[in-house]
Design a protein around this ligand. Structure first.
Ligand SMILES: [Zn+2]
Length: 332
């Protein structure tokens, strides 16, 4: 990730598609970039914004990285690139005030360039009023503006907003391709299990390996096992999980339960994902009733599909862990 406006190599096809549309003068007013977390939506959006605003893109269409516009972009102070929500903001929801500010800025002519780029990250976090305010602007956009909506949960956006956007799905790369890239950043034996844990998203795997999340994950898994073994109290463990975002925790929980079900179903002795906890997982899998385990996994997936911003993490984790403890206690 050495250069400015890096484009993940596995996103080369969608990148080229965007450039082709740009060169043909056929860019829509709004693009909806979708794909699983850690696939690189943000990188693609940044690189494309830079390509449009840069004064001297290279022959392949990439921003130069050194002109005044590129420098402003990298400092996050370019007046024609508007970001919502404020990246420093911790709120789970995007409120109407943020969208109003952005819409007011959108209606002005660009300051420096031909384009005004409005980037809405995690667009599914818009509440109903915010989405409505955005919809009005999408219906009558300024000719020079391009909205980039980023989300891994397009289904949570109102259909009216989705229908105003051209959707660009960023596919998950084949495992071999992702591993080739990941193994240049991580020890080989770590790369594969991490990649599987995050459903094949290379940047999510790297983030997990390098970030504080790794310790959090290992501690949360240890707690999950302890509750299953009846050694820990579900409510106390839920409090320990509380700082972890539901989107992250539900993903982990799903992968732990999947691993257990694989072990329970196939009688193989090695967990696919979580080999460090092998002995404990094998023992738990023997007590797990596969039918009830699958039902539990489906419940996790159902919750993942809902608007997680509306859930209280503590209550959610308590209810999941209590169910988990009961599931194993009543096992034969
Ligand atoms: Zn430039």
């Amino acid at each position: 990730m050495e250069t400015a406006f890096w484009i993940p190599p596995w996103l080369q096809p969608p990148w080229e598609q965007l450039l082709r549309q740009h060169r043909a003068g056929r860019l829509p007013h709004a693009l909806l970039l979708t794909g699983i977390p850690g696939i690189g939506k943000q990188f693609l959006a940044e690189a494309f914004a830079a390509a449009l605003l840069c004064q001297a893109p290279d022959d392949t269409g990439r921003a130069c990285g050194v002109c005044e516009d590129c420098v402003l972009l990298q400092a996050h102070t370019h007046p024609d690139r508007i970001l919502a929500p404020d990246p420093t903001e911790k709120s789970q929801e995007i409120h109407i005030e943020s969208i109003r500010t952005l819409v007011a800025a959108e209606s002005l002519t660009p300051h420096r360039s031909r384009w005004k780029l409005i980037c809405i990250q995690e667009a599914h976090r818009m509440n109903a009023a915010a989405a409505n305010a955005l919809l009005k602007t999408l219906e009558e956009p300024t000719a020079t503006s391009l909205f980039l909506l980023l989300t891994h949960r397009p289904g949570l956006l109102p259909a009216t907003v989705r229908s105003r956007c051209q959707r660009l799905f960023l596919p998950t790369p084949p495992e071999a391709e992702a591993l080739t890239w990941l193994q240049a950043q991580l020890p080989i034996e770590e790369a594969k299990p991490l990649l599987r844990l995050v459903h094949g998203a290379p940047l999510a795997a790297l983030g997990l390996a390098k970030g504080p999340n790794r310790n959090q994950h290992d501690r949360a898994l240890a707690g999950f096992i302890a509750v299953g073994e009846g050694r820990a109290d579900p409510v106390q463990e839920a409090a320990a999980w509380n700082p972890i975002a539901p989107s992250v925790l539900l993903n982990w929980l799903g992968s732990w339960v999947s691993d257990l079900l694989r072990l329970a179903g196939t009688q193989c002795s090695t967990p696919v994902l979580h080999q460090a906890q092998e002995a404990a997982l094998v023992a738990l899998s023997r007590r797990l009733d596969p039918v009830r385990g699958h039902r539990y996994l489906r419940q996790i997936w159902e919750i993942e599909k809902t608007n997680l911003a509306l859930l209280n993490p503590q209550l959610l984790y308590e209810s999941l862990l209590i169910r988990w403890a009961k599931l194993l206690q009543s096992a034969p």
